[in-house]
Write a protein that binds this ligand. Structure first.
Ligand SMILES: C[S@@+](CC[C@H](N)C(=O)[O-])C[C@H]1O[C@@H](n2cnc3c(N)ncnc32)[C@H](O)[C@@H]1O
Length: 268
């Protein structure tokens, strides 16, 4: 068998997402409402971070006349800076906790809901950053991104496991988990869909920060559910988190490698 040509990569993707979700649910750490609960921690962990190279990468496509659709915009890490560079940004975001943290801007519309259900007008540029890891039905999601873009689609995701203490802790506590889909999976799915994207790899330091040991503990407990071990988990985090100059605690996960698949939408 020719593994690359004969594997159904959308089915492979679905299996990864569903297996990981089932493992989390079996451990009482289900992902339902995950982004609502994690919104503030996620924003705090990235705040002050000027090392996400995605906006610099996007610069050549930006102009004051363009419109942008940001699918899974979170707290507006990209949507807000983009609003000051383009004519209009529409942010699609299902998690209320995230939307509450998204600061308003005169030329920013927020649509509450999942992309699968959203009715959004097409935009010149469609971006989707770090959203697909938990999306089981990836093919229809990607095709909707493509039909919603007039000029270019950009799909950005890690090509490494999540840079979070809970990932390492899970292995240490004997909780082996199916990996999340990564950029390499995305590329194979896109090729299967007949899309030949340009690919740009971005490298940047992965260093989430926590306001306190308690907030790092809270995140790890939620991720591990019944597999959590208070004594070992606490000792692990105390030993491995490094104090920052401003008193916060950082998790030094080394270099992150992510990929952006970007392409001109095919005519339908
Ligand atoms: C890791 S955050 C990334 C947020 C933002 N794009 C960024 O890079 O900072 C993932 C976001 O995707 C959103 N999301 C998850 N599933 C989604 C879906 N089916 N449709 C739209 N957004 C989704 C979550 O609510 C969350 O805000």
């Amino acid at each position: 068998m020719d593994l690359v040509r004969e594997t159904d990569w959308t089915a492979h993707w679905r299996n990864l997402v569903e297996a990981r979700q089932a493992e989390a649910e079996a451990a009482g750490a289900g992902q339902r409402g995950y982004w609502n609960r994690r919104a503030a921690g996620f924003k705090a962990s990235l705040q002050g971070r000027s090392d996400d190279p995605f906006l610099d990468f996007l610069e050549p496509w930006l102009s004051p006349r363009k419109t942008v659709l940001d699918v899974g915009a979170g707290w507006g890490r990209h949507a807000l800076p983009l609003a000051s560079r383009v004519d209009w940004v529409t942010a699609i975001e299902p998690a209320e906790g995230m939307r509450e943290l998204l600061e308003p801007a005169a030329n920013l519309t927020v649509i509450a809901g999942a992309w699968e259900d959203a009715e959004a007008a097409p935009a010149d540029l469609v971006i989707c950053c770090h959203v697909l890891y938990g999306v089981a039905e990836v093919a229809s999601f990607l095709l909707k991104l493509e039909t919603s873009a007039r000029e270019r689609v950009f799909v950005y995701m890690r090509d490494r496991p999540p840079p979070l203490p809970a990932e390492e802790l899970a292995a240490e506590l004997g909780f082996p988990r199916t990996r999340m889909p990564e950029f390499r999976d995305l590329w194979l799915v896109l090729r299967q869909l007949g899309i030949d994207p340009d690919v740009t790899m971005l490298r940047y330091p992965a260093r989430p920060v926590y306001a306190s040991l308690d907030s790092a503990l809270e995140e790890a407990r939620a991720a591990l559910g019944e597999r959590w071990d208070e004594a070992r988990g606490r000792a692990f985090l105390e030993a491995r988190l490094v104090p920052d100059q401003d008193g916060r605690l950082a998790w030094d996960a080394g270099e992150m490698v992510s990929g952006v698949a970007h392409w001109q939408p095919r005519k339908t």
